[in-house]
Structure formats: structure tokens, C-alpha cells
Design a protein around this ligand. Structure first.
Ligand code: ADP
Length: 396
């Protein structure tokens, strides 16, 4: 039966993939090709609980997709079950407000958005072209990280800069993690009846992190901007700060504005403050052994997350639910607790015991008895959304 979808997520130097069957519910195989572009690139397949690694002679996206195709040739039952390919695409600009079946016009549109996502969109376009070449005849769908936020009102998405910049260059807030937020919104509606009619706050906290307010099932504000640099403090990104700092840093360090921006993107956030790591788990271990820099970095991360939750909440009529998701949101009881400690004025309270004992990888309600808002942990599932969008567009 043709019921499986190959989900592809092309990064600038990596390619993640998964094949999902049974309406996206079963992962048959998944893997990642990384260090693409270097001589040490390899691709890992995880199939039936076992991992296998293939070194890539030429570490290109094409080579990585070719290896997936070769793996499928050796597993012909899975190859024959493929009905389509779904691609995660970071930036859809204003052109893409929902997922679409890919044709040449769509590839051109994705390439046009490269000015806002110069590392990601060209890689996506490349991945799509290679997939058409290697899987001729299979329909392909693009699912955009930005699309869910196209419902923002102009007073939320416009920057207070001369309007000509928006008119002529489309400089505005776009927001990201939209596929994750859409999944959370739909999942919450299933596990908490009526939540699609209410105000929902979501903190998607991973190495990249953002917040979103969802009003009656639609995104009403989000913390990331024209790029993912705006908003929360993240693994290596500073998040929002006074833009004058770019000029101060470049003068003080005798570097260009672009180099200063690169520091805000790649050497700041948890890494920059802790001077240890961008990884939350490593920092929690360091904090547990008494490292004050690690604690300061984590506490700053929590304070800023709370601030951006409160900020996007201004677009809601009520805060009925708060959801934590992403690697940190799902796993760090310390950060969930400190973030919620900052939200007491909004009557958001979690039960410390429930928060501590929340089982990994499960949906869990950690609300305290005295909280006005129900607080959840919901593991996100972007691959499932991509598979479901792909199936739905192929079938119509
Ligand atoms: P991204 O998809 O943005 O790369 P993820 O959603 O995978 O990121 O989240 C990665 C982050 O989640 C890392 O900072 C990692 O340390 C953190 N994380 C994962 N597991 C745990 C854990 N058990 N405790 C604390 N943090 C965790």
C-alpha cells in the first residue's frame, strides 16, 4: 500500500530525513547526513532500533539523497510504499501562507526568499531539485516554518521603521517554528476540549527558541522576527537587544557589522554568557556542580523567556493554556520552574512535584491548583505535520 512519506529537512551543512507510514504515526526509518561540504561527511540510518553509518565520498546534498535512494533500493517494500516527499522550508516570506505542492514556480519562490534565509533556503531548493531528479514521479510538498504566522495583524508584524522598507523590501516580522506551533495547537485541541477557542501561549525551547501566542487556533504574535535572531536568548543567539550594540561591537573589536552580527548569532546566548556551552544539559550539569556562570546563563534564559511569553500574551483575551515544548521545554524541569516563577503576576503557577516527575517524551499537565492557566508539557512533532500536509495535498 502506498501510504508512506519521505520527510526531508535540508540545512546548510546537514540533511535530516525520516520515512513515516500509517498516516504519519509510524517512523519506518530516520537519519541524518551531517558535515556536508566537508571531507568528513557521513550519513546515519536508524532502522529497527539499529544504527548504521555510511561515509560520504563527496559530502553534498545530492550525495546524501542518493544514499537514501540506495538504502531504499535495498528495502524495496519501503521504497514501493512511498507516496510523496515533504520538505521543511525555513522561509516562505509573504508568498507562502500554507503548505503547497511543489512546481517550478514554488522553487523560484523559495529561492526568492533566500535573501532572508541565506543559509537555509538555497539548501532547501537544492534538496528539492535533487529529490525531483532521484525520485521522478513522486509528488513533493513544501511546508514553511513561517506560514503559520502569516495571520499576524500589521501592528504586530510591522517594524516601526520607515514604511518604504516594508513596501519595497518586505522587511517585517515573519516568525519561525510555525510547524511546531501548528502541531501544538492541534494537539492541544485534541487533549483539552475547546482549547482551539481559547488563548494559548507556547514556549518552543530548543537550541533555537521562540514564543507564540495562539488566539482561536491562529498565531497572533511570536517572538522571532525577520530572522530567527530576534526574541529569546538561545543556545548561541543573543535574541533581542539594542541594535546600537552592533555598531559598538564592530568599533570596539575593529570588525565589520556583519562580523558583529555573526557574534550575536553564533557566539552569544547560553554559550556567550556561560563561556562553557550552548547546550542546556551540559549547563545544568555544570550548575549542579556549583558553576555560577552556568547558573547565570540559565537564569537569564528563563527570565527572557518569561518576558517574551508576557509580551506575546498581549494579543490574547485570556491565557488559558501555556505549553512547553522543544528539547529544553520538554526536558528541563529547572527552566520550566524558573520561567513560571517569573509569571506569577499573570497567575500562572506550576506544581513543583508534578514538574519534577514529568515523564520524558509524554504529554503532561503540570498545573498547580491555584493557577488560572493550565500548564502543559507537549512533545512537538514537526515531521508528523509535514507528513500530514503532504498526504493531504497529494490527495486533493
Ligand atoms: P533544535 O531542534 O533547536 O536543535 P532541540 O529541540 O533538539 O533543539 O533541543 C536541544 C536542547 O535541548 C539542548 O540545549 C539540550 O541540552 C536540551 N535538552 C535535551 N534533553 C535535555 C534534558 N534531559 N535536560 C535538559 N536539557 C535537555
Amino acid at each position: 500500500m502506498k501510504d508512506s512519506i519521505l520527510v526531508i529537512n535540508c540545512g546548510s551543512s546537514s540533511l535530516k530525513f525520516a520515512i513515516l507510514a500509517n498516516a504519519g504515526q509510524t517512523t519506518l526509518v530516520e537519519g541524518i547526513a551531517d558535515r556536508l561540504g566537508s571531507s568528513e561527511s557521513s550519513i546515519t540510518f536508524k532502522y529497527q532500533e539499529k544504527k548504521s553509518i555510511v561515509m560520504l565520498d563527496e559530502g553534498s546534498h545530492k550525495n546524501a539523497v542518493t544514499q537514501v535512494k540506495l538504502w531504499l533500493n535495498a528495502h524495496s517494500d519501503i521504497e514501493h510504499s512511498l507516496m510523496g516527499i515533504g520538505h521543511r522550508v525555513v522561509h516562505g516570506g509573504e508568498a507562502f501562507t500554507k503548505s503547497v505542492l511543489i512546481n517550478q514556480e514554488v522553487i523560484n519562490g523559495i529561492t526568492d526568499c533566500s535573501k532572508f534565509a541565506p543559509l537555509h533556503n538555497p539548501a532547501h531548493a537544492k534538496g528539492i531539485e535533487v529529490a525531483f531528479e532521484l525520485f521522478p514521479g513522486l509528488p513533493q510538498v513544501a511546508v514553511f516554518d513561517t506560514a503559520f504566522h502569516q495571520t499576524l495583524a500589521p501592528e504586530q508584524f510591522l517594524y516601526p521603521i520607515p514604511m518604504s522598507f516594508y513596501r519595497e523590501h518586505h522587511f517585517r516580522k515573519y516568525g519561525f517554528h510555525g510547524t511546531s506551533y501548528r502541531y501544538i495547537s492541534q494537539r492541544l485541541a485534541q487533549i483539552s476540549l475547546g482549547s482551539d477557542q481559547q488563548g494559548v501561549l507556547v514556549a518552543h525551547l530548543g537550541n533555537g527558541a521562540s514564543t507564540c501566542a495562539i488566539n482561536h487556533g491562529q498565531s497572533s504574535d511570536t517572538s522571532m522576527g525577520i530572522t530567527p535572531l530576534e526574541g529569546l536568548m538561545m543556545g548561541t543567539r543573543s535574541g533581542s537587544l539594542d541594535p546600537s550594540l552592533i555598531s559598538f561591537i564592530s568599533h570596539a573589536e575593529n570588525i565589520s557589522a556583519d562580523e558583529a552580527l555573526d557574534i550575536l548569532s553564533k557566539k552569544s546566548g547560553l554559550l556567550g554568557v556561560s563561556e562553557i556551552s550552548n547546550d542546556c544539559r551540559t549547563l545544568e550539569e555544570a550548575m549542579a556542580s556549583g558553576d555560577q556562570r552556568a547558573k547565570l546563563a540559565l537564569d537569564m534564559f528563563a527570565a527572557r523567556t518569561a518576558k517574551h511569553l508576557a509580551s506575546v500574551a498581549t494579543t490574547l483575551e485570556s491565557i488559558d493554556h501555556l505549553v512547553f515544548t522543544g528539547g529544553i521545554g520538554e526536558n528541563s524541569s529547572y527552566l520550566r520552574q524558573v520561567i513560571c516563577n517569573h509569571l506569577k503576576a499573570l497567575n500562572i503557577n506550576i506544581d513543583s512535584t508534578l514538574n519534577e516527575k514529568a515523564p520524558r517524551g509524554t504529554e503532561y499537565d503540570i498545573t498547580a491548583n491555584n493557577s488560572n492557566t493550565t500548564v502543559w508539557i507537549i512533545p512537538t512533532n514537526e515531521e508528523l505535520m509535514i507528513a500530514l500536509d503532504t498526504i493531504s495535498l497529494i490527495q486533493h
